[in-house]
Design a binder for this molecule. Structure first.
Ligand code: UD1
Length: 353
């Protein structure tokens, strides 16, 4: 039995969906579970806590007041995944986050990445077919564009990937595309730019393990005194201030895009079985602009120094998000300052301050 909503606008889905979220206790997954609940949907979560913690479930419950239907399933275990999906009733769609995401680690241990990110996705598609589930949103990345002239739209050519991690995203997109030709599967691939920020409650956010690779956790950890100094990787790029430019998107905006994408699939607006959307702000910010935004909104100075370039970095990338705006009816609501502020409140929460 469907539960029907009162229509909010002409693009709104009028009933509640039941959505399986793989990797639902991770950084983007947990925020998406919250937004799915906020939109009135039913959510089933699987994860194996490889890069997350069970406390995230309690915190999602605190934020939403909803009990999370959770099962510990490793997507590498095809039989367990299939048994799990076959036992579920009425799942309309899957949002697939479960994946490893550290670029450097993927270079050192590529098989781990291919096994989990590619093998796990293939297992999921088999399990979905067995269970009669035909809609999926896939977590892809702007990394598939490599070095391109920004703003990049979805038709920008994809060069060979720079890392095994990036390659797993490209391969999964191709696996999904090919499978739409041979099945009833409908796919949205969502290419994220640089997700940052944390939930306003400071109950969920990014939990980098060890020394962070990414800029924003490094800024907040330096500001709180966990790291001595932030190194800006190069100020000799062909950009206005010489530092690299990225498109930093707030994780709550990103989470809301997943709700729109999955509802859009459900409303069957597509003529294409396979669609791709860029999810960014459309706004590029340099490393120095990010640091200065942090300092402005928090009043805390960041101890930073200019260092040499990091291997593999591209000078600049930011999104053209017109397709997501026009077709999904989505656009970002938060700016860089809000990204920095919520990241800082989250960092202070982690430090018990
Ligand atoms: C990285 C990944 C990308 C992934 C994204 C997730 C690489 C090559 N790419 O993107 O695949 O989807 O994270 O958010 O790792 N920076 C510093 N000092 C630091 C850390 C970063 O100056 O200590 C600079 C970097 O040179 C870069 C910018 O900050 O210009 C952003 O870096 P980062 O947060 O690591 O993201 P990306 O490299 O864009």
């Amino acid at each position: 039995m469907r539960t029907y909503f009162k229509p909010k606008n002409k693009l709104a889905l009028l009933y509640k969906m039941k959505i399986l979220v793989t990797g639902g206790t991770g950084y983007i997954g947990s925020h998406t579970v919250v937004e799915l609940f906020n939109a009135g949907h039913e959510v089933v979560v699987i994860d194996n806590f490889d890069n997350s913690y069970p406390e995230v479930l309690e915190n999602i419950e605190k934020i939403t007041g909803k009990k999370v239907d959770f099962t510990n399933v490793d997507i590498r275990n095809k039989q367990a995944l299939t048994d799990f999906l076959m036992a579920q009733k009425g799942i309309d769609a899957v949002i697939h986050f479960a994946a490893f995401k550290a670029v450097g680690e993927s270079v050192e241990n590529p098989l781990k990445y291919y096994e989990n990110n590619v093998g796990g996705t293939v297992n999921l598609l088999y399990a979905m077919e067995a269970a009669g589930i035909h809609q999926i949103a896939f977590s892809s990345s702007c990394t598939v564009y490599g070095e391109a002239n920004p703003p990049v739209d979805e038709n920008t050519p994809r060069p060979a990937a720079q890392s095994p991690y990036g390659n797993t995203k490209q391969i999964c997109e191709e696996v999904l595309f090919d499978y739409t030709k041979a099945s009833n599967l409908k796919v949205v691939s969502l290419r994220y730019f640089n997700p940052v920020g944390a939930h306003d409650s400071a109950l969920i956010g990014e939990l980098p393990i060890g020394i962070p690779n990414n800029l924003v956790p490094f800024i907040t950890q330096t500001a709180i005194g966990k790291r001595e100094v932030l190194t800006v990787f190069g100020n000799d790029y062909p950009t206005p201030d010489g530092t690299c430019i990225r498109d930093y998107i707030h994780v709550v905006d990103l989470a809301k895009a997943h709700v729109k994408a999955i509802e859009f699939l459900e409303m069957k607006k597509y003529t294409d079985a396979y669609s791709v959307f860029n999810l960014g702000t459309g706004q590029g910010s340099s490393v120095l602009e990010a640091i200065h935004s942090f300092e402005k909104v928090t009043g805390v100075k960041v101890n930073y120094k200019i260092g040499t370039r990091r291997a593999g970095d591209i000078a600049q990338i930011y999104a053209n998000c017109d397709k997501a705006t026009n077709e999904l009816g989505w656009k970002t609501e938060r700016d860089l300052d809000n990204c920095m502020l919520t990241s800082w409140i989250w960092e202070k929460h982690l430090a018990g301050k």
